[in-house]
Design a binder for this molecule. Sequence first.
Ligand code: ZN
Length: 129
Amino acid sequence: MPASISIKTGTRIDMVDITSQVQKEVLNTGINDGICVVYVPHTTAGITVNEGADPAVCQDIIRKLNELVPPDDGYRHMEGNADSHIKASIMGSSVTVLVENGHLVLGTWQKIFFCEFDGPRTRKVYVKA
Ligand code: ZN
């Protein structure tokens, strides 16, 4: 099994900054230069890289996702969480980040966000450098 990060989400929809945990896993691998894949093994959660400086950005993303994909819209999926699956696919299940000198290469304002769409739950994210 690849290294993994455990994340506890507190609400049904949430974006959690996991950049420092991912960085820690990269340092654990001892890899100096390469790539890091951060992968979400869940069907109702996703991952993205976006602005971490202003929390309003994540709030805007969540608001717009809820507008585009409302919780109730005559979905056929019996489990009642079709919107969570759709939002997860929109965000995607992995991101790739360059690694240089053991550190993630991210833009000044960039952070890695775990995206919960069917919480609160305890989730897992795989990290492979
Ligand atoms: Zn489902």
